[in-house]
Design a protein around this ligand. Structure first.
Ligand code: C2O
Ligand code: CU
Length: 459
């Protein structure tokens, strides 16, 4: 069958002793401090951090931290990130979900060399949303993100702040990713480019056996009997999560990759493919003091079925609300589309070995796969062999159909959509703001590094 011929993600087994789940408190990444209003300095550094109790883990981090510091920015206000590369390898910064001019979008060959620095300018003419920044170097995104190069970038706006959603300490970003650890505490990455054979073994993707939230293994958070806004990000290289509460209770979904939904949707499960985000509100006021509620991963087994735990330990006043109307999400009209384009995500042969291709081609910066016109609405028909989380730079989109069926519910803005095995997903988008070169790619980072990426140029 198709599946048996196609490489599947490989689970790495840790050699280090692993902690009991829920023994470690949840860290919340520090907020980045601006060097002047709207300006942030991010220095990429090698560092050692304690992830597993008693062991030192070498990482590459923005500011030497994993996750990197959280940047809080405002819609419509230009934010400049000055990236300094203090590492031994070239890097590229990409703001995932950003509506960004091409020279600041982190094209995969636009390298910042060791010792060099570069300003990335983000005008942020876009709505409030949970974005993230991460490395995007051609052929090396998998290993460089695995080592720790990822952080949150939150865009806020007044309309969202006026809603009365949980805020402050009850608005918590949760970066979920999997890693595995050698006996000495290091996080070796197996599929390095240039190591023949090793890379091919991990062509399907790299899965770790430890689930980290904000860089801590299976952590625990003490919460009040109140509503919390949880910004869920799947920052894993290749793992997809199906998140659910052990209580069976609801999580109220309020936002997707592209910000607020039209209206809240109570959900028992939230599925997140690599790079997808979902914001949910959990009302711990519905529980009793002493209750322990696990966030589980129904798509995982054994330890990988656990994510983190909440312990309700106090009463506190709560004046937050979940309004019935959250935002306006106008449906893009398919009859206005200038063109429908096909993008086939499929494995194939490149340079005599296996590779991941789009429309039969491996990524080549010299090749332009599509030239949408500025201002045009387009429909992109995406097809898959095996599962691929597809991410489009620059333009947020809406899902028009999955295997010919229109999705239930009102439209939502996305920047990453999961194609499951042998699926056809049609998305509709409008190219606004900037002309220039951008990429569309699979966000399984091993697939991306093995060339499942294509350039489009807005003309
Ligand atoms: Cu999250 Cu092109 O990347
Ligand atoms: Cu893929």
């Amino acid at each position: 069958s198709l599946l048996s011929r196609t490489p599947q993600p490989q689970l790495l087994t840790s050699g280090a002793p692993l902690p009991q789940p829920f023994a470690v408190p949840l860290p919340v990444p520090a907020l980045a401090k601006p060097s002047s209003p709207g300006h942030y300095d991010l220095v990429e550094q090698a560092a050692e951090v304690e992830i597993l109790p008693g062991l030192r883990t070498p990482i590459w981090g923005y500011g030497g931290q994993f996750p990197g510091p959280t940047i809080e920015a405002r819609s419509g206000e230009t934010t400049v990130v000055r990236l300094s590369n203090g590492l031994t390898q070239p890097t590229v910064l990409h703001l995932h979900g950003g509506h960004t001019p091409p020279e600041s979008d982190g094209y995969p060959t636009d390298l910042v060399q060791p010792g060099a620095r570069r300003d990335y300018t983000f005008p942020l003419r876009q709505r409030a949303a949970t974005l993230w920044y991460h490395d995007h170097r051609m052929d090396y995104t998998g290993p460089q993100v695995w080592r720790g190069l990822a952080g949150f970038f939150l865009v806020r706006d007044p309309a969202e702040e006026a809603l009365g959603l949980p805020a402050g300490e009850r608005d918590i970003p949760l970066m979920i990713c999997d890693r595995s650890f050698a006996e000495d505490g290091s996080m070796p990455y197996p599929g390095l480019p240039g190591k023949p054979g090793v890379r091919e073994a991990y062509m399907g993707g790299v899965l770790g056996d430890v689930i980290l939230v904000n860089g801590a293994p299976w952590p625990q958070l003490r919460v009040a009997r109140a509503r919390y806004r949880l910004r869920l990000l799947n920052a894993s290289n290749a793992r997809t999560y199906e998140l659910a509460l052990s209580s069976g209770g609801p999580m109220v979904r309020i936002a997707s990759d592209g910000g607020l939904l039209a209206a809240p949707i109570a959900a028992k499960q939230v599925r997140l493919a690599p790079a997808e985000r979902a914001e949910v509100i959990v009302d711990f006021g519905a529980y009793r003091i002493g209750d322990q509620i696990e966030l589980r991963n129904l798509a995982g087994e054994g330890p990988q079925a656990k994510v983190m735990r909440f312990v309700v330990d106090r009463d506190e006043a709560d004046d937050s609300t979940i309004p019935r109307v959250l935002s306006e999400v106008a449906r893009l009209d398919p009859s206005k589309a200038a063109v429908t384009r096909d993008f086939d995500f499929n494995s194939g042969t490149m340079h005599g070995g296996g590779g991941w291709l789009i429309n039969g081609n491996p990524f080549d910066p010299k090749r332009i796969e599509a030239r949408p016109k500025l201002g045009d609405i387009e429909i992109w028909r995406l097809t898959s062999d095996v599962a691929h989380p597809v991410h489009l730079h620059l333009a947020q989109f809406q899902v028009l159909s999955v295997n010919g069926e229109r999705p239930a519910g009102p439209p939502e803005w996305k920047d990453t959509v999961e194609l499951r095995d042998a699926q056809t997903v049609e998305i509709i988008t409008r190219f606004t703001g900037y002309r220039g070169r951008y990429v569309v790619h699979c966000h399984n980072l091993e697939h991306e590094d093995m060339a499942m990426m294509a350039t489009f140029e807005v003309v």
